[in-house]
Design a protein around this ligand. Structure first.
Ligand SMILES: [Zn+2]
Length: 145
């Protein structure tokens, strides 16, 4: 296979992967909006924070940006509500007692489950973060209406 043909093949495969990713985000955002009255998500991190992350992180962020924009316009289509919240400490805050993990306690990406040192509750990392995001979104939603 010559170089020109290989280049075309790679371009075609890349386009397929991107299209599949977009389709997935379309289906997921539509399902979320259709089935829930309020959808909550974290805002994109600031540019400053992004600078400290690896390329993989910024690719992930582009996907997230696309997902947020899909949610934003579908909310109007289905007459539902979409609220974004400040992502600061959504992972590090205990949903039960409000304790914020800091210093040596601070959770790393490897910590999928943890026990709050203040109230002793066992958390699944992403479930705890989701509860914090929803609580913030509800408070913001109430203040907006
Ligand atoms: Zn706690």
């Amino acid at each position: 296979m010559n170089v020109e043909k290989q280049r075309l093949l790679i371009a075609r495969l890349t386009a397929q992967v991107m299209q599949r990713r977009r389709d997935f985000l379309h289906r997921t955002s539509a399902t979320l909006i259709k089935n829930h009255d309020l959808v909550a998500a974290e805002e994109l991190r600031s540019r400053n924070l992004l600078k400290n992350h690896a390329l993989a992180m910024s690719i992930q962020d582009n996907g997230w940006r696309m997902f947020l924009s899909m949610l934003t316009y579908k909310v109007a289509l289905y007459g539902k509500n979409f609220v974004t919240v400040d992502p600061r400490n959504t992972t590090q805050t205990c949903h039960a007692c409000g304790h914020i993990m800091s210093g040596k306690e601070k959770l790393t990406l490897k910590d999928r489950e943890w026990i709050c040192p203040k109230c002793g509750i066992h958390h699944i990392r992403d479930v705890n973060a989701a509860k914090n995001i929803l609580a913030r979104a509800k408070a913001k939603f109430v203040s907006m209406h």
